[in-house]
Design a protein around this ligand. Sequence first.
Ligand SMILES: NC(=O)c1ccc[n+]([C@@H]2O[C@H](COP(=O)([O-])OP(=O)(O)OC[C@H]3O[C@@H](n4cnc5c(N)ncnc54)[C@H](OP(=O)(O)O)[C@@H]3O)[C@@H](O)[C@H]2O)c1
Length: 315
Amino acid sequence: MTPTSLASTTTISTDNAIKNKVLIVGATGFLGSKILQQLKQNTQVSVRAMSRRGAPSSATHNIEWVRGDLMDPKSLDHALQGVDVVVSSANGYMKETIEADFAGNKNLIEAAARAGVKRFVFLSIVACDKAPAVPHFHAKKVAEDLIKATGMPYVLIRAPAFLDQSKDYVADGVKAGRFVAVGDKTTAWSYILSDDLAQYLAQAASYPSDEINYQTIDVGWRDGAKSQEQMVELISQFTRKKLSFWTIPWFIFKVLVKPVQLFSDLAYDLIQMFLFFKTGHFVANTQLQEKFFGTAPSAKEAVRKWALLNHIDLK
Ligand SMILES: NC(=O)c1ccc[n+]([C@@H]2O[C@H](COP(=O)([O-])OP(=O)(O)OC[C@H]3O[C@@H](n4cnc5c(N)ncnc54)[C@H](OP(=O)(O)O)[C@@H]3O)[C@@H](O)[C@H]2O)c1
């Protein structure tokens, strides 16, 4: 089936009477829970959230929770019953196993295609097609290709590096008066705030027209990639302190990458990722982001928001 022939059948309803049901896969995660919060506020859709444990203790009555495991296709068929749109930020490489990112995503994609969903919104990574040596980037590229091969309507949202993480090392460093740089001061790459990314994923899931289907959309800041030197300058504009700059040089990553592989898949993956950053290809093109989601934030706007969220003193 061609994208054009599918397009006529994939309109996402804006009629309150026939709300589209959106399944959020990864809804308990750092980012996933923010996608859930965003979609919960959207009266145009009804939300079902998936977790391997079912509803968390903090669950509120207005969200339907379903038990589902990426490694168990039957549980996915059950979770997808009556679902119009899937949005997935689930991953296993950070905290458990990368098998969730390869075999697990394959299971989810196949189950979504079997269920005939109208749109599959998948969180991918900027330039994942250029980084086969970075395991979790490669897993995203493999998933993107599997999604495309099914013929189902999709939106691939490709995110760059999060400025904030669940444990915000950058904010902790800034509060202690330092910025720890990876590799060098001058190589630029793209960043995003997780709140903004969650908003784009929610927008993609509820986007009212077919125009967004079959799009691969980089997201980031409208004034482009930033070097770590530029990041320190931006952060310093908002803080009262002058930051000391610590750099872990590239050769350390190069020396460590092989031995680290022997005892930590995650450390190997992250070192390979930093070495990929060094190539200068980890850069988001925000043209489609602005077309579908409105003006992208500038680096200055995002850093200010991040500083406020982290209670970093502002001038
Ligand atoms: N950090 C960055 O700089 C960066 C940059 C670009 C893109 N990303 C992407 O951003 C996303 C981060 O998401 P996050 O912060 O929400 O992750 P997270 O906090 O690590 O949460 C992981 C989520 O995945 C779910 N999950 C893991 N294994 C599963 C399985 N076998 N079956 C079902 N669900 C499973 C977990 O659900 P349960 O445990 O409840 O089952 C949980 O909701 C990832 O896709 C990552 O690749 C990150």
